[in-house]
Design a protein around this ligand. Sequence first.
Ligand code: FES
Length: 61
Amino acid sequence: MYVCNCNAIRERDAQKAILSGAGTVKAVFDHCQSRPQCAKCVCDIRQMIDEVCAGAQMAAE
Ligand code: FES
């Protein structure tokens, strides 16, 4: 499933980017060597970042 249809970025690609340290939407796009176009996916990618960060915080506690 694509998280960004404009750039054909799959959820797993975005998750891989986030797990590699991409902590911002821009960093996820940079990791995927793409740029936002319509920006409809920005909120979804931000939510994915928040979820991964929350999971990492819970794991650290
Ligand atoms: S869906 Fe990601 S830039 Fe359009």
